[in-house]
Design a protein around this ligand. Structure first.
Ligand code: SDX
Length: 371
């Protein structure tokens, strides 16, 4: 029995949702570049859940279902006020809030297709409201209710700021949601599948996935990238900073990937968005610094930027608090997690690998008075 560290290269299941082959990412066979340039996030949600692009009426129905389910009950919002809210990381709050969502859903244990679809809509719709409501309540602000006339990306930005977002902000945020929606068997998706493969419910699966995404080696990297850029301070400091970190054998957040070798195809879209949005804000330094960091790092390590590197300066340019970057990753990735949970239920078998035992051999029990 041989074990590979971190299951590197191990094919743990079959899936028809997304593929990463020779550094090309597709959702159900559609290249991520095509989807990033042409599809809305709602179209991608439909694609991931139904394995085909929607017709106009189907897309309109999905948008309506999401819009009808975005509001949070008052008792739910009151729950936020029971947390030590200014000390709680938004990802921890999201983990608890999604778990709470399950408590309010009387059909949470109903495993019928109809009930699971209703949970999917409930989770996808409310996760945006949970993140934005928490972000406001922790600052002593009232939550902003979603608007029926806004799409998903626009509603998120509106509920966060209370102001109608500009077209360029909506476009950028919608594209970021498309880019983060699914990614084959990444750690949080695998977590979700392992959880529901016991025939546990969708809320348990999503709660466990949020826990996995939270870590800085996975979704938590985008917040760490912004922290690093703030530490570097100016583009002139980039090279020295990277050299010092690498000399200390420290990991630079936003670079490297378990699967991609030539580069993460999503990074180029986010790099372009960062260039446009930082310029729009008159804060090109974040983009220029990122370019200098990428040059300094890749000059020493052949590890290209991943999805998290440029998303940091994109979200910063949208005026989003840095500790909300990973919750935004979850707002998008919940669509992929749900697709994988539905697929796991369709053709389920308990996921239970083996461990190679490396502990001591057989031992005889010794009564405590003789130890
Ligand atoms: C995401 O899996 C997915 O699909 C995830 C994701 C998705 O969409 O779901 O793409 C989203 O999580 C992207 C990754 C975000 N994480 C980071 O940016 C954190 C920094 N990156 C690294 O921690 C690392 O690259 C990982 C975690 C992403 C991948 O880790 P691996 O495959 O376990 O690689 P490793 O840690 O074993 O590193 C291999 C070598 C090591 O060098 P040696 O010790 O062999 O000399 O590469 C080096 C590492 O030190 N290395 C890095 C590095 N990443 C790898 N060195 C410095 N900085 C880095 N970022």
């Amino acid at each position: 029995m041989t074990s590979t560290r971190g299951l590197e290269g191990v094919v743990a299941t079959q899936s028809s949702i997304s593929s990463i082959i020779d550094d090309t990412l597709t959702y159900v066979g559609y290249n991520i570049d095509d989807l990033a340039d042409n599809a809305s996030f709602e179209e991608v949600i439909y694609l991931l859940w139904h394995k085909r692009l929607p017709k106009e009426d189907e897309l309109a129905e999905l948008k309506q279902q999401l819009s009808d389910n975005m509001s949070l009950p008052q008792e739910f919002l009151n729950h936020f006020k029971t947390y030590p809210i200014d000390k709680v990381h938004p990802m921890s709050a999201l983990r608890s809030a999604v778990s709470l969502l399950g408590l309010y859903d009387e059909k949470s244990e109903d495993m019928s297709d109809e009930a699971n679809y209703a949970k999917a809509i409930n989770l996808q719709a409310k996760i945006a409201t949970i993140v934005t409501a928490f972000a406001r309540v922790r600052k002593g602000l009232e939550p902003v209710a979603p608007r029926a006339d806004l799409g998903y990306a626009a509603n998120f930005l509106y509920m966060l700021s209370g102001k109608e977002p500009e077209e360029i902000e909506i476009e950028a945020f919608d594209k970021a949601l498309v880019l983060h929606a699914d990614h084959e068997l990444n750690a949080s998706t695998f977590t979700a599948r392992v959880c529901v493969a016991t025939l546990s419910d969708m809320y348990s699966g999503i709660t466990s996935a949020i826990g996995a995404l939270k870590g800085p080696l996975h979704g938590g990297a985008n917040e760490q990238v912004m922290k690093m850029l703030a530490e570097i301070g100016s583009e002139e400091n980039a090279e020295a900073y990277i050299q010092e970190k690498l000399a200390n054998r420290e990991k630079i957040m936003g670079f490297g990937h378990r699967v991609y070798r030539q580069g993460d195809p999503r990074a180029k879209h986010l790099r372009e968005m960062s260039k446009q949005l930082t310029k729009l804000r008159g804060e090109e330094k974040w983009y220029n610094m990122s370019i200098r960091v990428e040059a300094a790092f890749t000059a020493q390590k052949n590890l290209p930027p991943n999805v998290d590197f440029y998303s940091a300066s994109v979200y910063h340019s949208l005026g989003i608090d840095h500790d909300l970057f990973t919750p935004i990753f979850a707002v998008s990735r919940v669509s992929g997690w749900i697709a994988h949970i539905l697929e796991q239920y369709e053709n389920n078998r308990l996921i239970r690998p083996r461990a190679e035992y490396t502990g001591p051999g057989m031992q005889k029990y010794i009564p405590i008075e003789e130890r």
